[in-house]
Design a protein around this ligand. Structure first.
Ligand code: ATP
Length: 300
């Protein structure tokens, strides 16, 4: 059964003056799924998010959110969206609990609903023992968790997350991924931007790969991998590559080594010169991006 779309973008364009930063993109976000915009810095992810939230005007094309035009969203539709921005906009001088309560009041929720939801959300985001701590005393991971809890106080149908784990350590990221997966199980739609391929691969049902304001491809992580990079990657060091594997293998030169995208590993190994030094791993979305653009997603 096809799920109804929560967001539909048709030939969506954003211009700043004469600079076109979103160049006529088309996508639709199915209800109850995690939909990811994957692309490097400057790809146009945040700009697209801002248009979806009605914070940035659409230059041309159409953008529908819960059946309404993003540029004229009603209060009711806005209330269905929870936002987790890239930059923390928590109030640093008040406590964790007070931040949640203040946001609940902003949504004009009753005191009993605010109390009930705050308790649940502090539990959910594992912040219970910090509820009386000032925001300033929290670690980066805790702040991000509080930002997510706060976005959920209005019980939104869709949560928009702009790079939810950028700058966090691996442990903090894993905890956030776990809780986002729970939100999805609850039936909420998640829309997230990321330049981490592991995050997209782990969380997203559907991915749009975006670069320089254009969609390069879209599909499930497995579809994208199958379409562009087969199943496996062999990273073969160059100095040891006396005789290259046959050219029939799809490949990408990455400097010191060459990546080969391979569906039949036994056949590829048979093609490799004996002295070749190589790594062998399953293909991932980073490889997809490299194949689509010739560049890495993140330049480290
Ligand atoms: N207010 C603005 N005026 C002019 N150009 C802008 C403005 N906001 C964004 N841009 C440009 O639009 C392009 C897309 O930016 P955007 O922030 O959407 O990218 P992004 O994919 O979200 O990247 P990041 O991961 O860095 O947030 C960039 O080239 C950026 O410099």
């Amino acid at each position: 059964m096809k799920r109804p779309s929560v967001i539909t973008a048709t030939n969506l364009v954003k211009r700043y003056g004469t600079l076109e930063v979103v160049k006529g993109i088309n996508f639709s976000v199915p209800a109850g799924q995690c939909f990811g915009l994957l692309g490097p810095n400057g790809a146009g992810k945040s700009t697209t998010m801002r248009m979806i939230m009605g914070l940035s005007e659409v230059s041309s094309g159409e953008l529908e959110v819960f059946g309404e035009s993003a540029s004229a969203m009603s209060r009711e539709v806005k209330a269905k969206i929870g936002l987790v921005p890239q930059e923390s906009n928590l109030d640093p001088d008040i406590t964790v609990l007070e931040n949640l309560v203040a946001f609940g009041r902003y949504f004009a929720l009753s005191k009993s609903i605010i109390d009930q939801r705050s308790k649940k959300l502090l539990d959910f985001m594992q912040l219970n023992d910090k509820k009386f701590a000032p925001v300033n005393a929290l670690s980066g991971g805790m702040k991000r968790r509080l930002t997510i809890a706060r976005a959920l106080i209005g019980d939104p149908e869709m949560v928009i997350l702009d790079e939810p784990t950028t700058g966090l350590d691996p442990q903090a990221r894993v905890l956030i991924w776990k809780q986002l997966t729970e939100l999805k199980k609850d039936g909420r739609t998640l829309l997230l931007t990321t330049h981490y391929m592991d995050e997209a691969q782990r969380l997203c049902d559907q991915i749009v790969v975006i670069d320089s304001g254009m969609i390069l491809d879209q599909g499930t992580p497995d579809e994208l991998i199958a379409r562009h990079v087969k199943g496996f990657v062999f990273e073969v060091q160059k100095p040891n590559l006396a005789a290259s594997p046959e050219n029939r293998w799809e490949q990408e030169d990455i400097g010191d080594s060459v990546l080969y995208f391979v569906d039949d590993t036994a056949e590829f190994i048979a093609d490799l010169p004996e002295e070749a030094i190589y790594l062998h791993r399953p293909a991932n979305l980073e490889d997809v991006f490299l194949r689509l653009t010739g560049r890495k997603l993140r330049e480290n």
